[in-house]
Design a protein around this ligand. Structure first.
Ligand SMILES: Cc1cc2nc3c(=O)[nH]c(=O)nc-3n(C[C@H](O)[C@H](O)[C@H](O)COP(=O)(O)OP(=O)(O)OC[C@H]3O[C@@H](n4cnc5c(N)ncnc54)[C@H](O)[C@@H]3O)c2cc1C
Length: 398
């Protein structure tokens, strides 16, 4: 039952990562100012802190192309969007170059580039000479199709999330960090707020943007969600020469680990695009990187970029993905649990989608039409046999 003494907000967001902060900002931009964000840690201290920050609109699932494109546009006018000349998402438009060997992956690259062009995205196929003109370090003998997207690149997830939180605060939002949500307030089946160690807080609507911790929140609502937690490692390598941001972001579908690579502080950042290692615990402390897997992926990176054959390991870390069966997020209201919205399952590609997803989630929470359809991301799509799987199959390219 509602507690007349409890604090009250129009909307509460659980989780201050890329998704929760973008949604909080958009709630305030849509005029909903009595909003609260609660995070049990710090802003951008969850999986967002470990993100590689890569941005692209290259997808084979059409709704992902639309959301990524709208998000990239928001990254591109970040200071204006936040109405703050000092706001900076750290966007570097290095370009995105995707390479595929002969076979189905090559066909998927060609099809995706054609689909992007059809909606007006500046993307095209390159021949080897054109690719080498953009990235002279590449070895391309085994590559059949090369797609290139000039406007893509990477941004800084920490800067992005903290800037969204600050802009929301300026518009009246309340942000409380080091404040865990410990349960949901229910009234006749409806979610009417959250429980915290400092007491209940009421809200008209609650969004759980809790990423790998989402199962716990869903369990409070009595639902089981299709979420697997998978561990993925990232590392950086140094070569003789500086690896600069003028070199495009790379996606190597010919490598066994389906590597992605980009510049990072003069070094090469390398991450795997494979299924990762399943784990049950979202609260793992610092997970050690697997040295054998790291050496193997470093060798794969050197096969594509021979300048790294003698590369020196600079840093490595492991982060967790909130992976769904089709490797796409679940967004929006929960059938049978009025008052609760969910945003989870970003499956390793949520940062690039987060600005527009924040807009769509905020609109859905306020009962407004969404700028792009949120329906394809509904929770029930798996049971309904309508997973979001495109030409690349289930995986992070999507
Ligand atoms: C290694 C790695 C590389 C990646 N690379 C890319 C990339 O290149 N490009 C890309 O687009 N995406 C990438 N991603 C994915 C992307 O970073 C994530 O999808 C995105 O940052 C997730 O944001 P989030 O807000 O959903 O989650 P999080 O940042 O994890 O935020 C969730 C928050 O919820 C809080 N929380 C949880 N439970 C509670 C509770 N009970 N009470 C209060 N607070 C709670 C947590 O403290 C946390 O801060 C990568 C991810 C990883 C791990």
């Amino acid at each position: 039952m509602a507690d007349p003494m409890a604090e009250s907000f129009d909307a509460i967001v659980i989780g201050g990562g890329a998704v929760g902060t973008a949604t909080l900002f958009q709630l305030t931009a849509l005029g909903c100012r009595r909003v609260l964000l609660l995070d049990r840690g710090e802003i951008a201290g969850g999986t967002t802190a470990r993100s590689s920050g890569c941005l692209r609109t290259h997808y084979s699932v059409p709704i992902n192309v639309a959301v990524a494109r709208a998000s990239l546009a928001m990254f591109g006018r970040f200071a204006e969007l936040l109405d703050d000349p000092a706001a900076d998402a750290g966007l570097v438009r290095a370009g995105y170059l995707i390479m595929a060997p002969p076979g189905p992956a090559s066909a998927a690259v060609r099809g995706s580039i054609a689909a992007q062009q059809a909606v007006g995205i500046e993307a095209r196929l390159l021949d080897r000479a054109e690719a080498l003109a953009r990235h002279p370090w590449l070895h391309l003998d085994d590559i059949d199709a090369i797609g290139f997207e000039a406007e893509a690149g990477f941004a800084d997830p920490y800067l992005t999330a903290t800037s969204f939180a600050r802009a929301a605060r300026r518009r009246g939002a309340v942000v409380r960090t080091n404040m865990p949500v410990t349960g949901l307030l229910r009234d006749a089946g409806r979610v009417v707020g959250v429980e915290t160690p400092q007491g209940p807080i009421q809200a008209g609507v609650v969004l759980a943007a809790a990423n790998v911790w989402s199962r716990e929140v869903a369990a409070w609502a009595g639902i089981d969600i299709p979420l697997e937690i998978t561990a993925h490692q990232v590392f950086t390598l140094a070569a003789e020469q500086t690896y600069g941001p003028e070199l495009p972001l790379l996606k190597d579908l010919a490598s066994p680990a389906k590597l992605y690579m980009r510049a990072s502080g003069g070094h090469l950042l390398v991450g795997g695009g494979h299924e990762g290692v399943v784990t049950q615990d979202p609260d793992l402390p610092d997970i050690a990187t697997d040295p054998d897997a790291l050496l193997d992926e470093a060798a794969q990176a050197a096969a594509r970029l021979p300048a790294f054959a003698e590369g020196r390991l600079v840093r490595s870390w492991t982060g967790l993905y909130d992976t769904t069966p089709d490797w796409n997020p679940v967004l929006g209201p929960v059938p049978g649990v009025p008052g609760l919205h969910l945003a989870f399952g970003f499956s390793g590609h949520g940062f690039k989608l987060s600005p527009m997803i924040g807009r769509m989630l905020a609109q859905a929470m306020l009962g407004l039409p969404t700028d792009l359809p949120i329906q394809p991301y509904r929770l029930t799509r798996f049971a309904e046999g309508e997973p979001l799987v495109g030409a690349y199959g289930a995986g992070a390219v999507s």
